[in-house]
Design a protein around this ligand. Structure first.
Ligand SMILES: [Zn+2]
Length: 286
């Protein structure tokens, strides 16, 4: 089983399998056991190969060194650097920002900023909207966050299956007026297409299901500073319209970071939405 997996793994090189990366032993000596971001640098131009975050940089990097699947990256790594943060949110924001700016070779999850999609309702029909056309931080009535139009439509189809909604009424499929759609014949649509249920009931179910994914508009009049503290210091993360503008060590410096957010930052939204709405974090307006 394991042998098989290794043979098919794209990073596996039969001549050079995993070996503890002893050339990195000195590179890990000074790594702190604090929150922050760490960077594996390659030999060529010192370019970042991989950027990660942890609440304990040292432990996380040590576990990378023992991960056989990462042998290829470890062999190419020449040095490891880190940037300490005061807390976990600062590490998450910085990691996302650096990955978008530097596009490290081995980061698969967070890619550079891409066009995001969401769903909105126009005359009771869902419609895909793009973050280039609409400011997701201020526009009301948006549901869900998707990387592509295809995944937005896919999510809508899943929702239709769960709720027995009609693809024809939703505008995803064309059928002859007043005749039941294919899924209605299979009892997978509750029959809004052929009068078996009212359009009102159909729409109410659609709305209730979408409601769970409603995007939260920026709930502040302007930029805010999210404050994280440890025993010795504080860090203020400046955010406007869910866009992370940078971190400062005091409020005066933070105010100077308050510039216009260039576009919708889906990473910022995903990282900050829960802590900000829960009220568990210290927030100052800037
Ligand atoms: Zn139908």
């Amino acid at each position: 089983m394991r042998f098989n997996r290794q043979r098919t793994h794209p990073d596996f090189d039969t001549r050079l399998g995993y070996e503890y990366p002893s050339h990195l032993r000195s590179a890990i000596q000074d790594l702190p056991s604090t929150p922050g971001v760490y960077i594996f640098h390659g030999a060529e131009g010192d370019l970042p190969l991989y950027i990660g975050k942890s609440i304990n940089i040292r432990n996380r990097v040590l576990s990378h060194l023992r991960t056989e699947d990462e042998a290829r990256m470890l062999r190419q790594t020449q040095r490891i650097s880190c940037i300490q943060t005061v807390g976990e949110i600062g590490a998450l924001l910085l990691e996302a920002q650096l990955i978008k700016q530097q596009h490290p070779l081995f980061n698969q999850k967070l890619r550079r900023t891409r066009q995001m999609c969401s769903l909105t309702l126009r005359e009771h029909r869902p419609e895909v909207v793009y973050s280039k056309d609409v400011n997701f931080a201020t526009q009301t009535g948006l549901f869900g966050l998707y990387a592509s139009k295809r995944s937005a439509i896919e999510a809508l189809r899943t929702l239709a299956d769960e709720q027995r909604l009609c693809l024809s009424v939703l505008g995803l499929e064309k059928t002859t007026k007043q005749s039941p759609c294919f899924r209605a014949m299979l009892k997978r649509c509750a029959g809004a297409c052929c009068g078996e249920e009212s359009l009102h009931a159909h729409h109410a179910r659609l709305l209730a299901a979408l409601e769970e994914q409603r995007l939260v508009c920026w709930p502040y009049p302007g930029a805010i500073g999210l404050v994280e503290r440890n025993a010795n210091e504080m860090q203020v993360h400046v955010v406007h319209h869910w866009f992370y503008l940078g971190s400062a060590s005091d409020l005066e410096q933070a105010k100077r970071l308050n510039t216009v957010a260039p576009d919708f930052d889906s990473d910022g939204y995903k990282i900050l939405c829960k802590p900000l709405l829960s009220g568990d974090v210290e927030v100052v307006s800037l």
